[in-house]
Design a protein around this ligand. Structure first.
Ligand code: 1HE
Length: 262
């Protein structure tokens, strides 16, 4: 276990210790992400206990995250800038392609690198106080934490270009319509909703969650003939697991829940 970092915390919840709650705990600086915090996030994702099946990430205070800690954006030559961006990529890669699905609980500012972090998560729950922006455009910089790859996949290239060129800020309702968040909930309830969803996710067969995290986004990037083959392989692996056979049997025996309207 590595030394805990004061600006980020990890709590393990649930009867089987199946939910990890990761909190950005730097509210005085609006959870701005300095290098130490990014590395600590990477380490937390690497060291999650084996019992964990799903994670939630949230921010303390009035905002989820104000993005890159601008006070660290001092003199960097091109090479240092490249390695800095690659460090973010490595950390957010651990979030997206780590051991378990991650649900982001969003409120207040979800801006710059904070939006890049949220985009690396698998599900985003936003409350009505949430707003989204990419101030990099007006600060004379560029996204560097994977935003150019992940954000267009959520909202489309044209919307991202508009945000960066014009400084457009999306409020919670427009943001949900645009595709930033899959859930929009009343102010102050995003965390509870995210924990509830993580609890649901934690009940899935681990191989199904693995396929959704690791196979589905890659299938979406493949030409369709390759995607169809990858899908078939993932389907065969998932359904051959003893857990899948038991779950199907449970439904056929009337022991499992039916699908019902919400
Ligand atoms: C910060 C940061 C930060 C706040 N780096 N210190 N991100 C931005 O350009 C967003 C910059 N932040 C803001 O626009 C606002 O702070 C918020 C809308 C998020 C919140 O506003 P507010 O009124 O609640 O807080 P505040 O008074 O602006 O900030 C409180 C303190 O946090 C203040 O420090 P203090 O010592 O004067 O109390 C701020 O300086 C500090 N603070 N945000 C450093 N970002 C991988 S590349 C990614 C590139 C980017 O992310 S660029 C976008 C950066």
């Amino acid at each position: 276990m590595r030394t805990p970092h004061t600006d980020i915390s990890l709590e393990i919840r649930g009867d089987s210790e199946e939910i990890a709650v990761i909190r950005l705990t730097r509210p005085a600086k609006r959870n701005a992400l300095n290098d130490g915090l990014i590395l600590a996030l990477r380490d937390i994702m690497d060291d999650l206990p084996a019992s964990v099946r799903a994670a939630v990430i949230s921010g303390e205070g009035d905002h989820f995250c104000a993005g890159l800690d601008l006070s660290e954006l001092k003199e960097r030559d091109a090479g240092q800038g490249l390695h800095h961006s690659r460090m973010w990529h490595a950390a957010l890669e651990r979030v997206q392609f780590g051991p378990v699905p991650v649900v982001a609980a969003l409120h207040g500012a979800v801006v710059g690198g904070g939006l890049e972090l949220a985009s690396a998560c698998h599900i985003r729950v936003a409350d009505e106080s949430t707003f989204y922006a990419l101030p990099e455009g007006s600060r004379g910089i560029f996204v560097g934490g994977g935003g150019a790859v992940r954000i267009p996949r959520l909202i489309g290239t044209a919307r991202m270009m508009d945000m960066m060129m014009t400084g457009r800020v999306y409020n919670a309702a427009d943001g949900e319509r645009a595709g930033f968040a899959q859930y929009l909930v009343p102010t102050g309830t995003a965390f509870d909703k995210a924990v509830e969803l993580a609890g649901r996710i934690a009940q899935n067969a681990p191989l199904t969650n693995y396929g959704l995290m690791h196979a589905l986004p890659r299938i979406a990037e493949q030409p369709s003939d390759q995607g169809l083959l990858t899908e078939s392989m993932m389907a065969a692996i998932a359904q051959s697991a003893p857990e899948a056979k038991e779950r199907v049997r449970a439904f056929l025996d009337g022991r499992a829940a039916k699908v019902k309207k919400d």
